[in-house]
Ligand binder design. Structure first.
Ligand code: GLV
Ligand code: MN
Ligand code: MN
Length: 414
């Protein structure tokens, strides 16, 4: 059976990670559409060109490289793989990057072994998967499948006040390929688990059957700044206190809901943010996730109610803005079973599991049969510079990807 070259893949992961490298760590900082993101994009495109891939860049900056073997029928829809290469500001080198570079490694393996699939194979990287600079997350893949219009996406304003469309132009990635893009025959994404389950259970491969729902809200609390020494407690309109109350509410609710419900306050900005001034304003984000859409809706309702009560009792104004809202997604049963079968045929332990993180695959699942392959994350760490998956674990996942692509692109390596 064919196998990928894990040294070559590992080397590319290391090279890409030099761009935006976080000193004294393995981590990367390449927020979407920054200079670092551009440099990363340029490098990956160079590799695609070296592999003889045909490159298309669309209006939201998604990059798709398509590879045709000698006997490939160019009229057939491609089988697509890929992920993203943007990172959170304090990210690791594997999140997203692995899926893209493993796709290139599959192409190189096929090419050097003279294997020619019937369907073309495409490797894509989608713009702004993280949502850490421009919300929502999975933005590029959402636009790719027609889930958001291009103009609306280009007008999104980031956490630094920059307009997405202007940043895209600035780095030269406002391409001309159409959005929505070509519908693939199927989509696969290899990704690190980003959680602790596979490592804890000593299992090599996750056959991902679903992605939990995501609800992101930005809450703005407006009170009044005043002197910290002279303002009696009962006279305060304290946005800092209200932000604290919302923070504990989110955690309490997540624990009360039980099951797999999670709630996070990842960002709070206080104004004027000074030691001796009662805060007049707080802008904060709430991230709720659940596999059950009804529970997700219920927690959103509870949050709204809690904000209404606080607004009244603390004499502040509270406004909410939805940053991202995606329902839970189920992947294609036939492909999930194929991931399990392929893993077993490679002698690898495998487990069906859900994804706690959002992924581009959940958007592609709207238009074509889709599945994902997870490999373990050391200590369950991700969105952290210490995120780590060993070369051996990556090799296993990339070999599963190789054989999934071979199956669906209709080649058998005998
Ligand atoms: C995006 O990758 C997320 O899950 O936050
Ligand atoms: Mn990712
Ligand atoms: Mn991520």
């Amino acid at each position: 059976m064919l196998r990928i070259n894990s040294d070559r893949l590992w080397k590319r992961i290391g090279e890409l990670a030099q761009i935006g490298a976080i000193p004294d760590s393995l981590g990367c900082s390449r927020l979407a559409l920054t200079d670092e993101d551009k440099e990363g994009r340029d490098l990956v495109i160079t590799w695609m060109q070296d592999l003889g891939m045909t490159i298309a860049i669309d209006g939201i900056g998604n990059v798709v490289g398509t590879w045709f073997g000698v006997e490939t029928n160019q009229m057939l829809p491609p089988v697509m793989t890929g992920s993203h290469i943007d990172t959170v500001r304090t990210g690791g080198r594997f999140d997203g990057n692995l899926g893209v570079l493993a796709g290139l490694e599959v192409i190189e393996t096929l090419s050097e072994n003279g294997v020619s699939p019937v369907h073309p194979i495409a490797v894509g990287f989608f713009t702004g998967e993280e949502g850490a600079r421009f919300a929502p997350d999975m933005l590029g893949s959402l636009v790719y499948v027609g889930g958001m219009g291009l103009e609306a996406a280009l007008d999104i304003v980031g956490i630094d006040g920059a307009r997405l469309g202007s940043e895209l132009e600035r780095i030269g990635y406002n391409g001309s390929a159409p959005c929505p893009g070509l519908t693939p025959k199927a989509f696969f994404e290899l990704h690190i688990e980003q959680g602790p389950i596979l490592q804890a259970e000593d299992i090599s491969i996750g056959a991902v059957d679903s992605v939990q729902g995501i609800s992101w809200t930005e809450i703005t609390v407006e009170g009044q700044s005043n002197h910290a020494g002279t303002t009696p407690m009962h006279m305060r309109r304290d946005a800092g206190f209200v932000a604290g109350e919302i923070t504990s509410f989110v955690r309490r609710t997540a624990l009360e809901m039980g099951g797999n419900h999670v709630g996070t306050i990842g960002k709070i900005d206080l104004h004027p943010n000074l030691v001796n001034v009662v805060a007049s304003k707080a802008v904060m984000t709430v991230d709720f996730r659940n596999t059950d859409e009804e529970i997700l809706k219920e927690t959103e309702r509870m949050l709204e109610e809690f904000c209404d009560e606080l607004s009244e009792s603390e004499n502040v104004s509270i406004t909410n803005k939805v940053l991202a809202r995606f329902e839970p997604v189920k992947f294609d049963e036939e492909l999930i079973n194929q991931v399990i079968d392929v893993s077993k045929s490679l002698g690898l332990s495998v487990k069906r599991m859900t994804s706690g993180a959002g992924h581009d695959a959940q958007m592609l699942a709207r238009v074509c049969p889709t599945a994902m392959v997870f490999v373990p994350s050391s200590k369950g760490l991700s969105h952290n510079p210490d995120e780590y998956t060993s070369q051996e674990e990556i090799e296993r996942g990339a070999n599963v990807l190789l054989h999934m692509l071979l199956n669906v692109a209709e080649v058998h390596d005998g």
